[in-house]
Design a protein around this ligand. Structure first.
Ligand code: IMP
Length: 425
């Protein structure tokens, strides 16, 4: 066993993604030395507000916006080479010093242009659409699990990697049933970036283990959310990786015992983008109102997010699946003007009973009727609160109830997009 004095924290989404993890990671990143992504790819969209500037990061950890922090992409990530360098170079153009700060796992799989083409074609053709982000995530993980993928480490062996990629492209063209001239060219461009990528290659597990042994602090940044986890989410309306805290260990190459703290991020209400059930969804009028209040449009695709009441059944399930040690509640300020708030505490089932457990049968979620309790709103601006005691009594009662129903202590409350708009407990 390796000795260590550092601390390792995981930040994980507890709903259907878009909980505001980018902001929470950004705040926590100030106190850490290394930030690593452990799964997903360019499907994520982490929005971070720094002063007057808004950054939307898809692949590079949000820690990059804090000078000097080391930022890693773990082996669990599928790395879209073109998108990655676009993002990397755009950061440089905006004056962020990224030099020597970004490391990419040698074991990470490459996401190539034919994965993106396959993703889009399969969504177009599917009778049962998932509503993916169209970023090639499913096909890239399919090839990884099918042992046909190409990894960063492979970029060393010219002939072998070219053959693997050619076979991948041929398989894709067969499935796509069309000509692939543009794909061939894009694939070539991706591979031309191989040298740049190799220069960033590292063993993320070793780096993190050594950092912890040296007393440094590490933050593992989740993308998407628990209800989108391939195993624990609303399958098949999920993403193709393990978004939950367990995925953090395998996704960077450390043992689970290296993790000290798991912070679960929940929005003060619920949103979902893409298809699949949303048991606490609002009626159309309220849906529109909260979408506008919260600016609920996808950071990656711009799609409107469906909105609903806080679902404590899902939050409690997420607390268990992730082993949460603390909760970060975001976007509380979005609810400032509502006269009444409602929380789902359990689901009524078709058999006439009720359940407090989030069901495995996704189709049953289409028809469950949530049982709600209503709390009075606070109808006061909370966006300047920096301590819990600054919040109106009804807002504190709402948070207390979330804490009680979820079973995880609240560690942070976010009341706006800026770094300063945070209450830390
Ligand atoms: P994919 O990850 O692009 O394959 O999409 C699968 C499902 O996950 C779809 O419902 C997407 O809308 C959803 N999804 C993927 N990434 C995100 C995200 O970062 N936020 C919210 N939903 C996401």
């Amino acid at each position: 066993m390796t000795s260590r004095n550092g601390r390792c924290t995981v930040v994980v989404g507890c709903q259907w993604g878009d909980e505001g993890k980018g902001k929470i990671v950004d705040v926590l990143a100030e106190d850490v030395d290394v930030v690593a992504r452990y799964q997903g790819g360019a499907n994520a969209g982490h929005t971070v507000q720094v002063g007057e500037n808004t950054f939307i990061l898809h692949q590079i950890p949000s820690g990059i916006l804090h000078p000097g922090k080391r930022c890693l992409l773990g082996n669990g990530v599928v790395l879209d080479v073109l998108q990655f360098f676009q993002e990397h170079d755009a950061l440089v153009e905006r004056g962020i010093d990224v030099h020597g700060r970004v490391g990419v796992s040698e074991r990470a799989h490459l996401l190539l242009p034919y994965h993106t083409a396959l993703d889009r074609a399969s969504e177009d053709r599917a009778a049962q659409k998932i509503g993916t982000t169209g970023r090639g995530i499913g096909p890239a993980y399919e090839e990884k699990a099918g042992r046909r993928g190409v990894r960063v480490a492979d970029l060393r062996g010219g002939v072998r990697v070219e053959q693997r990629v050619r076979e991948g492209l041929e398989r894709a063209l067969q499935r796509l049933g069309g000509s692939g001239d543009h794909l061939e060219e894009e694939v070539r461009t991706s591979l031309e970036m191989g040298g740049r990528l190799r220069a960033m290659a590292t063993d993320t597990g070793r780096e993190i283990t050594e950092a912890l042994a040296g007393g440094r602090r590490v933050l593992l940044e989740g993308a998407q959310g628990t209800a989108l986890d391939l195993d624990h989410g609303t399958y098949p309306f999920v993403t193709s990786s393990n978004t939950t805290a367990g995925g953090a260990a395998t996704g960077v190459g450390i043992g689970p015992t290296a993790i000290d703290t798991v912070v679960g991020v929940v929005k003060a209400y619920t949103t979902r983008v893409g298809y699949g059930p949303l048991p606490t969804g609002f009626d159309p009028e309220m849906d529109q109102r909260v979408r506008e209040l919260g600016g609920e449009y996808g950071a990656t695709t711009g799609r409107p997010r469906r909105c609903g009441w806080f679902d404590a059944v899902l939050a409690r399930y997420s607390a268990r699946v992730n082993g949460l040690t603390g909760l970060a509640v975001t976007k509380l300020d979005v609810l400032d003007t509502l006269p009444e708030l409602t929380i789902a505490t359990e689901y009524a089932t078709e058999s006439g009973g009720s359940t407090r457990d989030f069901p495995a049968d996704t189709w049953s979620l289409e028809s469950v009727v949530p049982r709600y309790e209503t709390l009075p709103g606070w109808e006061t601006d909370t966006s300047t609160a920096t301590r819990l005691s600054d919040l109106p009594k009804n807002a504190r009662a709402y948070l207390d109830r979330i804490e009680e129903l979820t079973g995880a202590p609240i560690a942070m409350v976010s009341v706006g997009t800026r770094r300063s708009q945070i209450i830390r407990l």
